[in-house]
Write a protein that binds this ligand. Structure first.
Ligand code: DX5
Ligand code: ZN
Length: 208
């Protein structure tokens, strides 16, 4: 299992990214919020670029915004491995096509309230599904238990369709849930890891 560390719960983004560069995290997870798709608002396009520039890790960007293309057309040349947008936005098909045109790998994220079956028809045209295990918008929430069933149902379908779509999970991760997530490829965590960087290795050990 790979680990993607979010710095959303931290005050000093710059300091945390520089510290994460020195850790074993596989990815840095950039949460971008517009104050519309979710209540909170954080990074402007300019700030996002500044922070991407600081990272020496692989990066995955999670857009909790209504109009991700506005950002993506400005950032696609930066060091980004996955661009993840939400299933629940307008023009999803157009957004997926554009991200692919820019040569980036595309992820689609499902809110906890969205039926996991909705993403099945997309599985052969996207690179990753991000299962939200908390309501998107802030760090430090409690893991929603039925996310485990959603991951397992998704994995079954991926196998059935013989596709190589990755599964990422995001929200409320701690050591008590990791061993139930054997079908997950990339686990995202903010508070659990920022609390203690040794937890990166702990996740890798538990999931190995
Ligand atoms: C929540 C964000 C997450 C968040 C996870 O909307 O997408 O990436 O930072 O934070 P924790 O791990 O604290 O739940
Ligand atoms: Zn996220």
């Amino acid at each position: 299992m790979e680990v993607s560390t979010s710095f959303l719960s931290d005050k000093d983004y710059k300091k945390t990214i520089l510290e994460l560069n020195m850790t074993n995290t596989d990815y840095i997870h950039f949460d971008v919020m517009d104050g519309k798709f979710v209540e909170n608002k954080n990074l402007s396009i300019k700030e996002l670029i500044t922070y991407l520039d600081l990272s020496t890790k692989k990066n995955d960007v999670h857009f909790m915004v209504n109009n991700p293309l506005k950002y993506i057309e400005k950032i696609y040349l930066y060091n980004i491995d996955y661009v993840t947008v939400h299933y629940e936005i307008k023009n999803l098909d157009k957004v997926i096509d554009k991200i692919k045109e820019y040569g980036l790998k595309v992820g689609v994220s499902l809110k906890p309230s969205t039926d996991v079956k909705e993403i099945f028809p997309y599985l052969d045209k996207i690179n990753m599904v991000l299962i939200m295990s908390v309501v998107p918008g802030k760090s430090g929430q409690t893991f929603i238990e039925d996310s485990i069933d959603r991951v397992n149902e998704l994995k079954e379908e991926i196998i059935k369709r013989k596709v190589s779509t990755k599964i990422e999970i995001d929200g409320g991760i701690n050591d008590s849930v990791i061993d139930k997530l054997s079908n997950v490829d990339i686990v995202v965590s903010a508070s659990y890891i920022l609390n203690d960087y040794n937890n990166i290795d702990k996740i890798k050990r538990i999931s190995a």
